[in-house]
Design a protein around this ligand. Structure first.
Ligand code: ADP
Ligand code: 5GP
Length: 213
């Protein structure tokens, strides 16, 4: 009999703004009852339709600074001139309770999380081209022209960092990108490291039997 022990896996999905990361994650999460999504905190103003507590915890600059000094964040970074951070307590509680946890954070945050959680699996979503990325950002119509320029310049730098991520998804056809993320999560859950705690008791009982027979 294989016994499951609580040991959640941590995943990070990164991508330059506008590649389609939130769209892909939004399609995959409902199929993952054992997965929890970490809602980040940010000082960025909410976009039309964004809900406080669901898309982000929208904080004032003072609240964010307080969060930094009280150690609230597992990591935090300045991205496109706003602050973004991951709540340490909730992520560590979920992992301890045996849930897998998905973070949607940038490359700076990913580096920091990797120090605290070296087993984290990192996934980078690429656009098929810079032209398509620009079209998607413009199509979303949530940024001013100035913000667009900042995000596209940041995208070039971020894409170069994709070389050290564990998995790459190219978001050309949306359905294929969604299937890729599902497949990566599933393969990681079946990896030896992830399954070891669950099969340990089983393997130990076989070792005892082999020695005594
Ligand atoms: P991100 O979370 O990476 O900033 P979004 O998920 O908001 O990006 O997607 C940016 C825009 O691109 C949205 O308007 C979304 O509907 C669109 N989009 C996402 N993936 C695709 C795709 N594969 N093909 C065409 N449009 C897409
Ligand atoms: P947006 O403003 O488009 O929602 O997000 C901008 C960027 O901030 C994205 O690359 C997103 O992944 C990143 N981001 C969102 N939350 C966090 C976070 O908690 N920490 C870090 N480091 N980056 C984040």
């Amino acid at each position: 009999m294989v016994h499951l022990e609580p040991a959640g896996q941590l995943f990070i999905v990164s991508a330059p703004s506008g590649v389609g990361k939130s769209t892909i994650i939004g399609k995959v999460l409902p199929d993952c009852p054992k997965m929890r999504f970490s809602v980040s905190s940010t000082t960025r103003p909410a976009r039309p339709g964004e809900v406080d507590g669901k898309d982000y915890h929208f904080l004032s600059a003072d609240e964010f600074r307080q969060g930094i000094s009280s150690g609230r964040f597992l990591e935090w970074a300045r991205v496109h001139s706003h602050f973004y951070g991951t709540d340490r307590h909730i992520v560590e509680k979920w992992l301890g309770d045996g849930f897998d946890v998905l973070l949607d954070i940038d490359v700076q945050g990913t580096r920091l999380v990797r120090c605290a959680h070296p087993a984290v699996k990192t996934i980078f979503v690429l656009p098929p081209s810079m032209e398509v990325l620009e079209e998607r950002l413009r199509g979303r119509a949530t940024e001013t022209e100035e913000q667009l320029t900042v995000r596209l310049a940041a995208a070039r730098r971020e894409i170069l960092e994709s070389s050290w991520y564990d998995y790459l998804i190219i978001n050309d056809d949306l359905q294929e990108a969604v299937e890729d993320l599902r497949a990566i999560l599933r393969a990681c859950r079946a990896s030896r490291e992830a399954r070891s705690p669950a099969v340990k008791t089983f393997l130990m009982s076989l070792i005892d039997l082999t020695i005594t027979s």
